[in-house]
Design a protein around this ligand. Structure first.
Ligand SMILES: Nc1nc2c(ncn2[C@@H]2O[C@H](COP(=O)(O)OP(=O)(O)O)[C@@H](O)[C@H]2O)c(=O)[nH]1
Ligand SMILES: [Mg+2]
Length: 683
């Protein structure tokens, strides 16, 4: 198979809220194009794109999956993305490698959280957008209500291009307002040739065709003048102007149908061919200066048996099975070897992929999502995918002792596949932390660890990385003296502690005059203090934000040693620390919550009970964005709480902001708990 001309390719990411029928719609398009012989069903685990066992079990897309079909002599690459916020990383990276987004909306639910999110992403990336109002066969589905909502919330450039024939369970086809034809489909079969528009729809068709014409004409000044002059515009002119407006992202055609009955797919496929710009027209979504051949990896699948598969977009030039590519991140050379054409999990060998095409490659050494592969190594900046930070962290421990290494390597492979999954060791608490977008995200990762790599782990709430600091200046004296038989030990020092600005850092100043402590022993005092600071006296948390001045001391010519001065240093620190008004610090998070307007009261009340401080609120289109600051300790289980308060319609992001003093009533409890733990540990 040779490369497809860039002008004949359409790259489309199918995005939208969870459960709006993205996977079913991709299935229907593949079926309609004759790529598959039967219409798979999500619940039966028989679709092309939900092929993973985790997906079939949950009846939900977890990973982006790449399919392709041929329509009107064009190759349409379809990326079915997950709508669930837990897995939005894949939707985000997919949007970076396409010219167009196909946004699915349920005709019952209308615009939902993830619809709006993906819409904004697509907008930022300047993508052409086509909306598909799906599920029109369901009870209470209403195309016209949904259309109005789309126009109100996503912009009046959303304009109907297809209208449904019939309502709810009687929906039997669609009218194509641009070509003025109708499509109907025998139950569960491929759609037939275009037919006549039913007479009873004449008025509606007239009304919405006028709305379409008005919108198209508004994007083209020349047409507008003639239109206002009352001149007749030819259907070809209108179609051409519409195509231009859609490809430029100035007009968003709203199509409709029923994915599970394969209704509306013919006209939708026509629309994708006409309205989504080809890579030849739009140019590379990521520019790499001076590169002859360049590919961007937007998805990686880690499989313990098949090995690693990297899915990429050819940005410029070609990628052939004979190519040798340089990985910009590692500066390593990678020999390509096996190229693959993907159809969900099915793959076929391929010889090459041309400019603008999407393809896959297996068995590269070290390539992951976000990598740039070039014909020759060069220092170029890696494109940023702008992934949201994971907010839900769990401490993980292997169920079986000795599995630590295996857990770490397996998790590393999973995070290559999904960069929104973070693995790190908290240097302060020593815990291995796995962070994801939601609890479900982390749980799916844990399932995958078990299923794919055969390791099991326990999840616990992580410890909060508290810190300690001081609030005033204090002096301390440490004198360590031991004289038993032979050579003794002697160290003696006076120090002053002083708070540092912003509760951070550590400074040591040597203010010794006249050599009362010899030069050689002074660093030992510093060392002893730093060791003592690793476990503060309040709650065993590390101390920071301290300047130490070593001001005085004495020594013994025979008995003094580094060891003795280290101990003296730590004794001096402990004495001074108690007098320096020590306080516990906790991490404060910047929290960004988006919830439906009718839940704002409950959500704010809850944040308040979590010691949160409201910073601002911004309502827009039925949803309100709440900005607040709240202590990490109170936010560890926020995900579940938000889900239950908003019926799953809320969403939040959270990132570390700063450390603040723990209020005294909370601190007292923490200090008492630590004391108890320490005493129990002693027994
Ligand atoms: N009645 C009806 N059900 C649909 C339609 N499209 C999808 N579904 C069902 O809705 C559920 C979610 O569909 P799915 O394709 O997985 O949505 P996704 O999460 O957006 O990929 C599944 O149970 C589908 O069978 C439709 O047009 N009509
Ligand atoms: Mg899906």
């Amino acid at each position: 198979m040779s490369a497809v001309e860039p002008g004949k390719i359409r790259n489309v990411a199918v995005v939208g809220h969870r459960g709006t029928g993205k996977t079913s719609l991709v299935e229907a398009m593949l079926f309609q194009a004759g790529t598959t012989n039967r219409l798979g069903v999500v619940e039966q685990g028989t679709t092309v794109s939900d092929w993973d066992e985790d997906e079939q079990q949950r009846e939900m897309s977890i990973s982006a999956s790449l399919c392709h079909l041929e329509w009107q002599g064009r190759k349409i690459n379809l990326i079915d993305t997950p709508g669930e916020p837990s897995f939005q990383g894949d939707a985000i990276s997919s949007l970076h490698v396409v010219e167009g987004a196909l946004v699915t909306v349920s005709g019952v639910m209308g615009v939902e959280v993830q619809t709006a999110r993906n819409w904004r992403r697509a907008e930022e990336l300047g993508l052409a957008r086509v909306v598909f109002v799906n599920m029109l066969d369901r009870e209470r589905a209403d195309f016209y209500r949904t259309l109005e909502q789309l126009r109100a919330q996503l912009g009046s450039q959303c304009v109907a291009i297809h209208l449904p024939i019939g309502v709810e369970h009687e929906v039997s086809g669609i009218v194509d307002l641009l070509h003025m034809t109708a499509y109907t489909s025998p139950e569960g079969d491929r759609e037939s040739k275009p037919g006549e528009i039913p007479a009873e729809l004449a008025d509606q068709v007239e009304q919405y065709r006028t709305q379409l014409l008005d919108s198209v004409v508004e994007t083209d000044e020349g047409l507008m003048e003639r239109y206002l002059d009352g001149q007749e515009l030819s259907p070809e002119e209108v179609a051409a102007a519409m195509k231009t407006a859609v490809t430029r992202g100035e007009l968003f055609p709203v199509a409709c149908g029923v994915a599970t009955k394969n209704l509306g797919t013919t006209a939708l496929l026509d629309l994708l061919v006409e309205g989504i710009p080809s890579p030849a027209k739009k140019g590379a979504p990521i520019e790499v200066e001076g590169a002859q051949d360049a590919a961007f990896v937007f998805k990686t699948v880690a499989d313990p048996f098949a090995g690693r598969i990297n899915i990429f977009r050819v940005l410029t030039g070609r990628i052939g099975s004979d190519s040798t590519l340089a990985n910009v991140r590692t500066h390593d050379k990678e020999r390509v070897g096996q190229l693959l054409t993907l159809q969900g999990k099915e793959h076929e060998p391929a010889d090459e992929f041309g400019e603008g095409d999407l393809g896959a490659v297996s068995k590269l050494k070290d390539v992951r999502t976000g990598d740039l592969l070039l014909d020759a190594d060069r220092d170029v900046e890696l494109p940023s995918l702008d992934f949201p930070e994971p907010v839900m962290s769990f401490a993980i421990t292997p169920k079986a002792k000795g599995d630590e290494e295996k857990v770490a390597t397996s998790l590393r492979r999973l995070s290559e596949e999904d960069p929104t999954l973070h693995l790190r060791r908290d240097p302060q608490t020593g815990e291995q932390l796995l962070s994801g977008m939601t609890q479900m995200h982390v749980e799916v990762a844990v399932d995958r660890l078990k299923r794919r790599f055969g390791v099991e782990v326990d999840l616990r709430q992580p410890r909060v990385p508290y810190l300690e600091t001081i609030r005033k200046e204090a002096r301390g004296h440490g004198r360590y003296k031991k004289q038993t038989g032979g050579r003794g030990q002697f160290g003696d020092c006076h120090i002053v502690l002083e708070p540092l600005e912003g509760h951070t850092g550590y400074e040591f100043e040597d203010k010794i005059v006249g050599g009362v402590i010899p030069q050689g022993f002074r660093p030992a005092v510093d060392k002893g203090i730093q060791e003592a600071m690793q476990e503060g006296e309040l709650a065993g948390a590390p101390v920071q934000g301290v300047r130490v001045r070593l001001v005085d001391g004495s020594y013994h010519t025979v008995d003094s040693s580094e060891m003795a001065f280290k101990i003296a240093g730590s004794m001096a620190f402990k004495q001074a620390y108690e007098q320096a008004d020590p306080v516990l610090l906790e991490p404060i998070m910047e929290v960004d919550v988006t919830v439906p307007d009718d839940t704002v009261g409950a959500v704010n009340g809850d944040l308040n009970s979590r010691r949160g401080r409201l910073q601002g609120m911004e309502p827009s289109g039925g949803m309100t964005q709440i900005k607040a600051e709240a202590p990490m300790a109170e936010m560890l289980t926020y995900g579940q709480a938000l889900t239950s308060m908003t019926g799953g319609r809320g969403d939040y992001h959270m990132q570390f902001l700063r450390y603040d003093e723990v209020p005294s009533h909370v601190a007292e409890k923490l200090i008492a708990e630590t004391k108890k733990e320490r005493e129990e540990a002693k027994v």
